[in-house]
Design a protein around this ligand. Sequence first.
Ligand code: ARG
Length: 461
Amino acid sequence: MTSSPAQYTWAGRFSEPVSDLVKRYTASVDFDRRMWQQDIRGSLAHARMLARQGILSAGDLIDIERGMETVAREIETGQFEWSLDLEDVHLNIEKRLTALVGDAGKRLHTGRSRNDQVATDIRLYLRDAIDDIQVLLKQFRSALVDLAEKEAATPMPGFTHLQVAQPVTFGHHMLAYFEMFGRDGERFADCRKRVNRLPLGAAALAGTTYPIDREFVAAELGFEGVCENSLDAVSDRDFAIEFTSACALLMMHISRLSEELVMWMSPRVGFIQIADRFCTGSSIMPQKKNPDVPELARGKTGRVYGQLMSLLTLMKSQPLAYNKDNQEDKEPLFDAVNTITDTLRIFADMAGGITVRAENMQAALTQGFATATDLADYLVKKGLPFRDAHEAVGHAVKAAEARGVDLPQLTLDELRAFCPQVENDVFAVLTVAGSLASRNHIGGTAPDQVRAAIARARGRL
Ligand code: ARG
């Protein structure tokens, strides 16, 4: 079965209908209907401008406003009949409006094209999405600060190369993520400025012959300004690429945290427990409790990278101005928005469901010579050049390892064998608490500094 060309608004110059396959291939309504609110908002602003400029009668505007109210209600309540024959969200809404209010509906598209209409809808949609994401990011970051505060002084091994390096506190570690997600928020805020420009008025590509007022439409829709060039306005999707790249970076940070959570929850490590509601069991191994949420988030990171790559490739080499290729921008974008918002929501909740197993962190700290650097620093303060101190401590570590003990378990005489400058005060330096407390500057891991950083973090939220 084929469709009658008369069903299409553009059917005038066609003599043959498209096949069902082509119809399905070219239609976007199944996914772009998600932007119905933005589409109606944009249309109403456009209609008000047309009426103000005397391009549309006051009566037509009233009809359009009334009709759009009905359309919105029908969509909201699920009564609206979306039709593939009408290609996309724009034509579906316009057709229904016309059925409801007659000629006024047909006049709505004066001085406008679907090219500037869709670009406007996406920008409105993305702006809303960014605002939602900012709220979620804030909730997540404040959950991280709460966790950091609870564990501000809890010692854990800090790692480099996944080898025990130096003691840090778990709170300090959480605040590292607070910083990363803070920069992600800044990126979204910055991207929003470039999203928040009005394409309407560009029409198909060259502008329009009607005496339109683009500034008025921009103000109605809360845009910070208009897109300066009509060709650019309808054709570029760099703002969507930029948004998705901010999503990709955010997910990269999520994947780092996820990897740590998965590792920390392994019984071999045992640094944390994650509340049961974020884990699942195994259908065969009764003992299993798997950290599914962080694992999936790690996996979904690849998915968002993929969406970024899709959009970059979609835009590559496209000649000016609008090309139908651009219809393919929506699914990657929507998928990135879905993934990011679900992930942030679940992580904000999950951060509150993390229990720290301080005893296991402590045990790991005593197994990796975590205070070796502190001993070297101590020797430097006693007058040794750092390189010599480094070497002396290396010998001490070797001896401790051979005896199966940690550095603080070596006797004063044993330590003196490697470096005669060592005195009794060395043991204060070799403890984890001493090591932590001595890193007492802004950005350091001393519990007092972590608490100060938490106070600053709360101020920034
Ligand atoms: N559905 C189209 C899109 O997503 C709307 C613009 C169509 N414009 C056109 N000239 N066919 O890009």
